[in-house]
Design a binder for this molecule. Sequence first.
Ligand code: DQA
Length: 148
Amino acid sequence: SHILVLNGPNLNLLGSREPSIYGHKTLTDIQQNLNSIAKAESAELTFKQSNAEHQLVDWIQQAAESDVDYIIINPAAYAHTSVAIRDALLATAIPFIEVHISNIYRRESFRHHSYLADAATGVICGLGPSGYEYALKAALQHLNNNDI
Ligand code: DQA
């Protein structure tokens, strides 16, 4: 199985960005951890980050052509603003899990709504960088068992 992990704006700054909210792990740390889990499960993992909405939309569109089975996405701030990313995910019809490192529900009210959440298989938020790992395990379980 092939899993695509997408990261939105400012997540390239993880490690130094507001560490009291996002912790000290870098995006490379997260990527390496996911790579080792995927390797142990003989799954293919593609990991990407962009600050640009159009780039994320393009990658989601291309996922259908490259036989991606599952998408894990931390849309970052675009969760709260982007109808375009929602539309791209619905267009590909690839199941996805939304991840947020922080608990968006205990932060500013503008973070309480996500344009993606109701279209996701599930949402993981507030569990720190480990949320990506839980999402990958859930996606692999879903794909291996062919159920939710
Ligand atoms: C975030 C939460 C968003 O509200 C914020 O804009 C981010 C990161 C998280 O992972 O906690 O950039 O998606």
